[in-house]
Design a protein around this ligand. Structure first.
Ligand SMILES: Nc1ncnc2c1ncn2[C@@H]1O[C@H](COP(=O)(O)OP(=O)(O)OP(=O)(O)O)[C@@H](O)[C@H]1O
Ligand SMILES: [Mg+2]
Length: 356
């Protein structure tokens, strides 16, 4: 079907047309054609092969900052940790690159590795087992809906894989969405073992809420089995610049268009979070193209950020409201203290001593 290629203006137009129903269907091919031309002109303007700041977790664009390199090392350890058989946990703020690293990991796996990748873990324990079975291509006929049969089938598969020298890895992305019951089911899977070796390596990826979840007392059995933890933090300012340059070069760009003050502004608005960097940088590039500029300056970045980050106005309002409340509170306290002293001074029982 006709897909909106740019998330910005064209994406908004497409979704508003979609909302208007089938009577607008005839406009779609024409729009698609128009957008394709605009896209091509945009890429030609900056002499790019493809858009540099797409928000899909494409491993071709990966920039390995020191922190991303460390995180990847943890994931590789999780895949290869052999007999230790514990969990590996990778957490990080929203949009810092967990899924992208996971995609990169999948490309770097040794050939003797089989992976069950669960991307949407809002599942009951049984649904989770079924999803793992499907990922590993285990025949599930007659077993669906039966916890014991599913676990038995998985056990048979894992023993067979072990006998063939294969390593099986379960990766759960967005693991902060797992229920406590599903997490308990995941823990029980680590009991599938031979006398000497765990049969399944498990990697949990998730937002910071995953750390809170695993700190719960009722999940301490699982928590104790985590043998490696890593928390991915946003990029610093230097890394932000390297990140932008890297992605731009991968997209085929040779003339990096962002001025130094634009990079500083990008860092300030995004706080070094790659997804926000991509969205703002993409919009700023589009604005530069529309104004027939080849350089993106601070002003264009600010315009883009203000358009994309509407919550900043809310932030300002909140800040104003907080200051006003603090001022009102301080004034009220002032009045209260003044009233207290005045009423004490006028009390009949209080003796006033005047020193000569
Ligand atoms: N190291 C990196 N190199 C290149 N691009 C990156 C990197 N890290 C993140 N990105 C880009 O940032 C965007 C968000 O990344 P990703 O989806 O991996 O984040 P996430 O941590 O999984 O977010 P969420 O918490 O929402 O699942 C993607 O466009 C991705 O390509
Ligand atoms: Mg993700």
């Amino acid at each position: 079907m006709y897909r909106c290629r740019r998330r910005s203006l064209t994406g908004e137009l497409c979704s508003s047309l979609r909302a208007r129903g089938p009577s607008y269907a005839f406009v779609k091919p024409a729009l698609y054609w128009l957008f394709t031309i605009v896209d091509r002109m945009f890429l030609e303007h900056f002499q790019l092969r493809e858009p540099p700041f797409s928000i899909s977790p494409d491993p071709r664009f990966v920039f390995l900052s020191d922190r991303h390199r460390d995180a990847l090392a943890h994931l590789l350890y999780g895949v290869g940790q052999g007999s230790s058989g514990g969990f590996v946990q990778l957490t990080g703020e929203v949009g810092t690159g967990k899924t992208t690293l996971c995609r990169l990991l999948l490309e770097q796996l040794p050939v003797n590795t089989r992976v069950a990748l669960i991307l949407n873990p809002m599942l009951s324990p049984i649904e989770l087992l079924e999803a793992i079975g499907k990922e590993l291509h285990i025949p599930l006929r007659g077993k669906q809906g039966h916890q014991k049969r599913l676990i038995d089938a998985l056990n048979v598969y894992l023993l067979q894989a072990y006998a063939e020298g294969l390593r099986v890895v379960l990766i759960i992305d967005e693991a902060q969405n797992l229920s406590a019951e599903a997490l308990e089911q995941v823990r029980l899977l680590t009991n599938l073992e031979t006398n000497t070796q765990k049969l399944l390596q498990i990697i949990l990826l998730g937002q910071p809420e995953l750390r809170d979840l695993l700190a719960r007392r009722d999940l301490r059995q699982l928590s104790q089995r985590i043998t490696a933890r890593f928390h991915l933090t946003p990029l610093d300012e230097t890394e932000t610049q390297q990140y932008l340059r890297h992605r731009y070069a991968v997209a085929g760009g040779s003339q990096f268009p962002f001025a130094a003050d634009a990079i500083r502004a990008l860092f300030a608005y995004s706080k070094g979070i790659p997804r926000l960097l991509n969205i703002i940088a993409d919009r700023a590039l589009l604005a530069a193209y529309v104004h027939e500029n080849h350089v993106v300056d601070k002003r264009l970045v600010s315009l883009a950020a203000k358009e994309i980050l509407p919550t900043r106005n809310h932030d300002k309002l909140w800040r104003l409201a907080t200051w006003l409340s603090a001022a009102v509170l301080a004034a009220a306290m002032g009045f209260a203290i003044q009233y207290y002293f005045e009423s004490n001074a006028n009390e009949p029982g209080v003796e006033h001593v005047t020193h000569p």
